[in-house]
Design a protein around this ligand. Sequence first.
Ligand code: FES
Length: 146
Amino acid sequence: MQGEVNEFKPLIVAFCCNWCSYAGADLAGSSRLSYPADVKIIRVPCSCRVNPLFILRAFQRGADGVIICGCHPGDCHYTTGNYYARRRMTVLFRLLEFMGIDRQRVRVEWVSAAEGAKFALVMNEFAGAVKALGENVKLGDLRCKP
Ligand code: FES
């Protein structure tokens, strides 16, 4: 049958800082720019609020990809939060490599409140990249399976 309904749709968790990226997502929405509905946005006060364990937990709970979006370097509402986030994520990427999780499943992007188009573009592009990788099987907690 054409248009098979069982097409793989990756579940993406997007941590967005309140001050820039979440506003960028809002702008994308109000500008009617589309991005996959399977991108689940979690609003955080700042990108530095994202503990690397949140990302591992997201994979455990069934995420296929995780993206952290924050203000551009130098524009963080809390001055240096995104610098901390960037350093933490650099360490996390090494850990993911060690754990055998494809590094391409996690991404860090800086999206300002005025960049609704960039937000939509980044989400579409990331969802496409994760879709190409297929379903994430690492860290999956069987208790979290539907
Ligand atoms: Fe946006 Fe810190 S408030 S990254």
